[in-house]
Design a protein. Structure first.
Length: 216
């Protein structure tokens, strides 16, 4: 059972999220928070696997709440950030603060369910709409930094990484490179190990921070 905490300052939104998640046999909503500070406090109670957290909340904004949860809760629950396009300036900050992924509030309910399950497994998940239409726009070409492990990747792994950073799924990458989807999964796993990263989300951040993707 994936024990989940919902954090959003709008009660109707929390109600809708609870309705979606409680309908799943493997997910249980164990608490709600109306602001970022309350989310941090309730995460500290323990027994929470995943926090579904809005990026804009009073008292403590979502990005600061994600960071505090990661720093002050042990073991820290995974965080799935919720956002809307009118606040897309917070997206990259949420990932950098430690979010396991993020989902648009107007996305299909199944995507939120998948994101919670992925986060509980220690995997990252990005809403495809956000990845393609917002993250790339925001992560403007960064000054190139030292390779920081990228020199350990094979040419094919670098190619896969560029596709991952552009928001392509494993199936889409497999189609573009004319390889099996399992081969793509293997490349992703090897890149995570070589770069010392935990999730696919962190691969995206790493690619942008090191200028591997131009953002266009």
């Amino acid at each position: 059972m994936i024990r989940t905490l919902l954090a959003d300052d709008q009660e109707p939104v929390r109600w809708a999220l609870r309705l979606v998640l409680d309908a799943e046999e493997d997910i249980e909503v164990v608490g709600e928070a109306a602001d970022g500070a309350e989310a941090v406090e309730k995460a500290r109670y323990g027994g929470v696997d995943v926090v579904v957290l809005d990026l804009r909340m009073p008292r403590l904004d979502g990005i600061a709440a994600i960071r505090r949860i990661g720093e002050s809760v042990n073991p820290a629950p995974a965080v799935v950030a919720l956002t809307t396009f009118d606040v897309d300036e917070y997206l990259f900050g949420a990932l950098a603060a430690g979010a396991a992924g993020f989902v648009l509030k107007d996305s299909e309910p199944a995507l939120l369910v998948d994101a919670v399950r992925a986060a509980a497994k220690g995997q990252g998940m990005l809403d495809p709409q956000v990845t393609r239409r917002t993250l790339r726009r925001f992560a403007e070409p960064a000054p190139r930094r030292p390779p920081d492990g990228l020199d350990r990747l094979t040419p094919r792994e670098l190619e896969v990484l560029r596709h991952v950073a552009k928001g392509m799924s494993n199936a889409e990458i497999a189609g573009a490179l004319v390889v099996g989807e399992g081969t793509v999964k293997t490349h992703v796993a090897r890149m995570l190990a070589k770069l010392g990263l935990r999730t696919r989300v962190h691969l995206v951040i790493h690619a942008y921070e090191h200028g591997l993707v131009d953002g266009r």
